[in-house]
Design a protein around this ligand. Structure first.
Ligand SMILES: Cc1cc2nc3c(=O)[nH]c(=O)nc-3n(C[C@H](O)[C@H](O)[C@H](O)COP(=O)(O)OP(=O)(O)OC[C@H]3O[C@@H](n4cnc5c(N)ncnc54)[C@H](O)[C@@H]3O)c2cc1C
Length: 432
């Protein structure tokens, strides 16, 4: 039995009841009770959180759970959030739409007294301790920045905003994911899908390889004469390599062509062609270009990135920026040592960051980081693989605790069941 939407919703239980019907839409009404003016007015000690995704929701919630006397304002540009985890299953045709992956903020706000402001953050003034938004300016005592990633488009000539409507990245779940699936559905049997993965580090190290698996799953069911070429800028598969290779051989032999050390540096949108370092052209009927990444625009604009101008250096225990005092950066945007850029890492970082913000505001000692991550990847609708680790701080850097984790012994059905349970738990935690 494939995991159709009904079964999936059953498995997701609580989280699915929080889902939105029209998940791919953007914008909509403001998400909090109370006007923007009421939210702007600072009444006491206040933490402002930018980004209502994997990191931001959890930081906001845990600060309020630990100390109700601290006011928390969560600022998010959209009135809902669509999870990237499991969005590859939608591309595989296993999920019929993105509604099981979509959360709103109403319950989170009501249950914890979080003020949610739907607005775009346009600037941060670290000296004045203010955040400028499309709806006004807010003061903070501490700021948490969890904006996820944006793209280094300048490294792929021709890949502008218009190009992504023809060659979707689908690396932020929502309309881009829907567009890529529509393109797969419209492709003729016998067509070629070209995917490109950027050099690490990027959001979700196993993500491109899970995506290749899920697209191949879709092709095998619906367009079996087609093939997928994965052009990887990295010399070899970045995460769970032997297991992906085994899964592809078992299920998609001859359908997935993996090519390492192939860095896409230019696109010819009109001809649906990607160009590898000026020397090789690869044409596709569908092109999924995953661009190189960096911290979200607002983190760059606020001067939170390091010398590389990409990622934000932070204290390994508190996630306080080493560039600006009283600002903490968590999730994909931060440099978190050995912790991968994953939703689970962002969740784990948010909790230790929240604890240390509450401790700092109450004059208490900081606590050391104990982090955790597991990343599941589907190979088919039934079989998945995983990688897990526990993290600690050593000599000021986040390291994986030796022998604390590892990869799953093989592809298996139990991992697919654990993965669904993981998604259910984490989306429920973020939205209630
Ligand atoms: C295909 C795919 C599959 C994945 N699978 C997994 C998986 O199985 N497991 C896993 O753990 N991780 C997975 N990930 C990674 C995971 O999605 C990210 O690591 C996680 O979302 C990072 O959390 P974050 O809080 O840093 O950013 P996000 O979750 O992206 O949240 C950022 C939020 O900030 C908002 N924002 C940004 N800038 C502004 C602004 N200026 N004003 C207002 N709002 C703003 C955005 O709208 C967004 O809602 C996957 C990623 C992809 C692409």
């Amino acid at each position: 039995m494939t995991l159709d939407r009904r079964n999936f919703i059953k498995l997701l239980g609580g989280a699915s009841s929080l889902a939105l019907a029209g998940c791919a839409s953007q914008g909509g009404p403001a998400v909090s009770a109370g006007s923007a003016n009421e939210i702007m007015a600072k009444t006491g000690r206040r933490v402002v959180v930018i980004g209502g995704g994997y990191g931001g929701t959890i930081a906001a919630k845990y600060i309020r759970m630990m100390d109700k006397s601290i006011e928390v304002v969560l600022i998010e540009r959209n009135d809902h959030f669509v999870s990237c985890p499991f969005s590859n299953l939608y591309l595989g045709g296993i999920l019929k739409d993105l509604s099981p992956l979509t959360i709103k903020y109403d319950k989170l706000a009501a249950n914890h007294g979080i003020k949610v402001l739907q607005a775009e953050v346009t600037a941060i003034d670290a000296a004045a301790h203010t955040v400028v938004t499309s709806k006004g300016t807010l003061k903070y005592d501490r700021l948490v920045v969890s904006p996820g990633v944006d793209f280094r488009r300048e490294e792929v000539k021709g890949y502008d905003k218009a190009a992504e409507e023809i060659m979707p990245h689908a690396w932020k779940a929502g309309p881009q994911t829907v567009l890529l699936r529509k393109q797969l559905e419209a492709m003729k049997d016998g067509g070629t899908v070209v995917m490109s993965a950027p050099l690490a580090p990027f959001r979700c190290p196993p993500g491109p390889y899970e995506r290749a698996s899920m697209i191949a799953y879709y092709l095998k069911q619906h367009k079996p004469k087609s093939k997928l070429i994965l052009l990887d800028a990295n010399p070899s598969i970045v995460s769970k390599g032997p297991l992906f290779t085994k899964g592809w051989k078992k299920h998609y032999d001859g359908m997935i062509e993996y090519r390492g050390a192939k860095k896409v540096t230019e696109v010819d949108v009109k001809n649906k062609t990607v160009i590898i370092e000026g020397i090789e052209d690869v044409k596709g009927d569908v092109v999924n270009l995953i661009p190189p990444q960096r911290a979200g625009d607002i983190a760059v604009a606020a001067g939170l990135v390091g010398d590389d101008k990409r990622w934000c250096p932070v204290n390994a225990d508190t996630f306080e920026s080493t560039k600006h005092k009283d600002i903490h950066v968590i999730g994909d945007a931060s440099i978190a040592g050995a912790m991968p850029k994953s939703g689970y890492s962002a969740n784990s970082e948010a909790k230790v960051c929240a604890t240390n913000i509450v401790n700092a505001l109450n004059g208490k000692e900081i606590v050391g980081l104990s982090g955790i991550n597991t990343c599941y990847s589907y190979i088919t609708d039934k079989e998945a693989i995983s990688v897990a680790a526990v993290y600690a701080v050593k000599d000021g850097k986040i390291i994986a605790v030796p022998n604390s984790g590892g990869v799953s012994p093989d592809l298996n059905e139990a991992e697919a069941i654990y993965a669904k349970s993981w998604l259910n738990n984490i989306l429920t935690e973020m939205s209630s």
